[in-house]
Ligand binder design. Structure first.
Ligand SMILES: [Zn+2]
Length: 100
């Protein structure tokens, strides 16, 4: 199972792909992803069995493209998202913003 970068079409093993996730946005239910190959930054939603890509729209995030990742699971925490696939798991923390 390889997961593509939608910008440069490089394909990554799950460990490489999910290790490149950062900053879980709980309100929008999105993680940031930075391609290790081309540096493209994308926001995506981790869903059971798939990844959702799309665009923010009127304060929501509309998923337009889906990439199937069979067996993908997710669990939302207070300040993190836990992603698991097969026996591996990754933790994406929420980056705390300094109060203005
Ligand atoms: Zn890329």
């Amino acid at each position: 199972m390889l997961i593509p970068c939608l910008a440069c079409e490089s394909r990554f093993r799950p460990d490489e792909y999910f290790s490149a996730c950062s900053d879980y946005n709980r309100g929008m239910d999105l993680v940031s992803w930075t391609c290790p190959r081309c540096g493209n930054r994308d926001d995506l939603r981790v869903l059971p069995g798939e990844l959702g890509f799309g665009y923010p729209h009127r304060g929501r995030f509309d998923v337009h493209d889906r990439v199937r990742v069979p067996g993908l699971r997710r669990q939302r925490g207070d300040l993190r998202l836990d992603i698991s696939l097969d026996r591996a798991s990754w933790r994406v923390p929420t980056r705390l913003r300094q109060p203005a």
